[in-house]
Design a protein around this ligand. Structure first.
Ligand SMILES: C[S@@+](CC[C@H](N)C(=O)[O-])C[C@H]1O[C@@H](n2cnc3c(N)ncnc32)[C@H](O)[C@@H]1O
Length: 281
């Protein structure tokens, strides 16, 4: 897959495939996950909502920080993701994690019940983000914190940009189309800092801060595994679009990846906003 086209949340197939590759994604986004949880300032006894929780990795980590007596609630619109989260919580005996199938944009959460709202790339696809962030604020207590990760621009995320760059070389038309689609969609919907700040502040969150974080993100054990990772979602579509040129694309991508082979696998630069806010009550 080219990660820039990861989980369109309205597409159950895509979301499920995201869930299936959860282990790889967790490793990929691990450099940003600790800072996200730290920014939420979770403490024992708190109730925390994890919006767009996917398979629940951050929900389980948050549960460890609010136990005992607290509760981490993963919220997702995708039933597969919620099932996976519940299974993992049961398997890991995380009794302080629970999962809720709901559209966080409009769901009527218990008012002022949560001490914090967290999200790792799960708040990027709201139809009406201003209203959605207001809905989330209403679910938090006065003083409750919002902490979420949103990708910075495509050009600052080589893990997503590199396959497109290669595609542009091999098939300029297909590459240009894929580039313009990727720059606005997928994880990049709130990449512009002014827009991101605006939608959060429109939800009446105060003290909004956007901290830029960057890291070399692990995308595979080696070049072959990385190609398979890219292939998993965009392979079929690209094969269809490129025909015989698909082989040349794959070879060129392998070559483009080779300078990024690190000791523990392939690592490509990535950059996110860690956005935080406080419910002023
Ligand atoms: C990029 S995935 C991130 C999953 C998870 N946070 C992680 O980092 O592993 C985005 C998730 O947000 C969920 N999502 C998108 N819109 C949502 C909404 N309105 N309400 C609840 N979940 C939503 C999707 O179903 C998907 O599981």
């Amino acid at each position: 897959m080219t990660p820039q086209t990861q989980p369109a949340p309205t597409s159950p197939t895509r979301v499920s495939s995201f869930v299936d590759r959860q282990v790889a994604y967790d490793r990929m986004f691990e450099p940003f996950t600790g800072p996200l949880l730290d920014a939420a300032q979770l403490s024992p006894g708190q109730r925390v909502l994890d919006i767009g929780c996917g398979a629940g990795t951050t929900t389980l980590l948050a549960a460890d920080r609010v136990t005992p007596r607290g509760l981490a609630i993963g919220v997702d619109v995708d039933a597969d993701a919620i099932r996976r989260g519940r299974d993992r919580a049961r398997g890991a005996r995380r009794h302080h994690a629970s999962f809720m199938l709901a559209d966080a944009e409009v769901h009527r959460f218990q008012r002022s019940a949560a001490g914090a709202v967290i999200s790792r790339f799960g708040t990027l696809h709201f139809a009406d983000p201003e209203a959605a962030f207001e809905n989330l604020r209403r679910a938090t207590k006065p003083g409750g914190r919002l902490a979420m990760l949103c990708a910075q621009a495509l050009d600052d995320n080589l893990w997503a940009r590199l396959p497109l760059r290669v595609l542009q070389q091999i098939a300029p038309d297909a590459g240009a189309m894929a580039l313009s689609r990727a720059a606005q969609g997928g994880p990049f919907t709130l990449a512009k800092p002014d827009r991101l700040r605006h939608v959060v502040e429109a939800g009446d969150w105060g003290h909004v801060k956007l901290a830029p974080l960057s890291a070399r993100l692990w995308v595979g054990e080696d070049v072959e595994a990385t190609l398979a990772f890219f292939d998993a979602s965009d392979g079929p579509r690209l094969r269809l679009a490129l025909g015989d040129a698909y082989r040349a694309f794959r070879e060129a991508l392998a070559e483009a990846l080779s300078p990024y082979v690190a000791e523990d696998g392939v690592r490509l630069p990535g950059a996110v906003w860690l956005a935080t806010g406080v419910n002023r009550g």
